[in-house]
Design a protein around this ligand. Structure first.
Ligand SMILES: *[C@@H]1O[C@H](CO)[C@@H](O)[C@H](O)[C@H]1NC(C)=O
Ligand SMILES: *[C@@H]1O[C@H](CO)[C@@H](O)[C@H](O)[C@H]1NC(C)=O
Ligand SMILES: *[C@@H]1O[C@H](CO)[C@@H](O)[C@H](O)[C@H]1NC(C)=O
Ligand SMILES: *[C@@H]1O[C@H](CO)[C@@H](O)[C@H](O)[C@H]1NC(C)=O
Ligand SMILES: *[C@@H]1O[C@H](CO)[C@@H](O)[C@H](O)[C@H]1NC(C)=O
Ligand SMILES: *[C@@H]1O[C@H](CO)[C@@H](O)[C@H](O)[C@H]1NC(C)=O
Length: 328
């Protein structure tokens, strides 16, 4: 059942413009910890409570895991999805249970073939992963990031980069509906341009990148009888074009966003006391090896210890996994 949002034509309010930043770029020790065989394009990352990384690729239907405490460790296959050539978003919706977006991807167009997009559940709590399909999304071609709504269990939010929309998915029933479709989420150009890409919820806001329009934005959300809805207009936090090529990102304990940027940077966005947002590039240090990011695609914080909580893991389009110490 599709319920187009009442905010379909929501007016974008450009509330908090980024100020031209004169801040010095802080340095963060950055280390290359893994290089996938054949420079496999790594797309997205989730971190298990055990500290292990789960990594998807748009060029492979196999979900892999990696122990990030071992340099040049082993890329271990977890599950290979049927009827798919690639995987995009991944999010943990119950402890040890992950939702994963799989489809037949046309990487030339950066689109999924119509009728092939499915959301799968992978339960890693048993020795052998228990896998089942949550739902098909037969009208989507712009499958991308997926995240959870922390305030409502089993609620997934998935980005459609082609149509410029966010979908709500009930991970238990497989019911799907459009939460919001808005020009600020669209690609602004034909394929292979991408609109909304990474998305994450913090407090009452859904934060998202738009790769094609080059913006980082947020929209307030509310829940009415289980249905997630926009509670206001989209707020664009960066000037149009300043985040061209932005991909997925991670929000830290201070509410800052660590945004992966094509072709080769990581940006740290933070809100100033007066409400405006600043952005700086995040270089590595002289000690850090591999501090140049090549097509970074996603970032996620470690788990399992207070040190891990400050470590950012970054995947790239040439198969790299970096470890960034965000303590500076
Ligand atoms: C890891 O592998 C890279 C090549 O991919 C190599 O340059 C580096 O020295 C290795 N590091 C360790 C600690 O083995
Ligand atoms: C893959 O697709 C085929 C053909 O539509 C179908 O019969 C099969 O059940 C699918 N496999 C899975 C695991 O969904
Ligand atoms: C992928 O898209 C390109 C460009 O539209 C098209 O030429 C090609 O046939 C498509 N490939 C597949 C496998 O659909
Ligand atoms: C961002 O992309 C737009 C559209 O391609 C372009 O006009 C603009 O110059 C780019 N901005 C930056 C900062 O690269
Ligand atoms: C808001 O704060 C930032 C950082 O201190 C500053 O650069 C900017 O000029 C301020 N903006 C306004 C409108 O006061
Ligand atoms: C970085 O290099 C400096 C100078 O060689 C050294 O003193 C420092 O301990 C190194 N830091 C790390 C985190 O390796």
């Amino acid at each position: 059942m599709l319920l187009a949002s009442a905010l379909l034509a929501a007016i974008t309010s450009v509330l908090f413009r980024v100020q031209a930043s004169a801040l010095p770029s802080p340095s963060f020790a950055t280390q290359l910890i893994f290089q996938a065989p054949d420079s496999l394009f790594l797309e997205n990352i989730a971190v298990r409570a055990t500290s292990e990384l789960l990594i998807t690729s748009v060029m492979s239907p196999t979900l892999h895991s990696l122990n990030p405490s071992i340099i040049n460790g082993t890329f271990t296959p977890v599950h290979t999805f049927a009827n798919a050539t690639g995987l995009t978003g991944i999010a943990e919706y119950q402890p040890g249970v992950f939702a994963i977006v799989a489809s037949v991807l046309n990487t030339t167009e950066s689109r999924s073939v119509l009728g092939t997009v499915a959301i799968w559940s992978v339960n890693l709590n048993a020795a052998v992963p228990a896998v089942h399909k949550i739902c098909d999304l037969p009208s989507l071609t712009g499958t991308n990031g997926i995240t959870i709504l922390p305030s409502q269990i089993n609620t997934l939010l998935a980005a459609d980069s082609a149509a410029g929309a966010v979908w709500q998915i009930d991970a238990l029933t497989g019911a799907t509906r459009i939460v919001i479709q808005d020009p600020t989420m669209g690609p602004g150009a034909p394929a292979p341009a991408l609109g909304i890409n990474g998305l994450h919820v913090r407090d009452r806001f859904l934060y998202f990148t738009n790769s094609g329009l080059g913006r980082f934005s947020r929209v307030p959300l509310t829940v009415e009888r289980g249905a997630v809805k926009a509670a206001g207009g989209v707020q664009t936090l960066t000037p149009a074009g300043s985040a061209n090529g932005s991909d997925d990102f991670a929000l830290d304990a201070f509410g800052r966003a660590w945004v992966t940027m094509h072709p080769s940077s990581l940006k740290l966005l933070s809100q100033n006391a007066n409400g405006s947002w600043s952005q700086v590039n995040v270089p590595g240090t002289v000690n850090g090896t591999g501090s140049v990011f090549v097509q970074p695609t996603s970032a996620a914080f470690g788990r399992g210890s207070s040190l891990q909580n400050t470590i950012l893991y970054v995947t790239t389009g040439v198969g790299q996994v970096f470890r960034v110490d965000t303590r500076g």
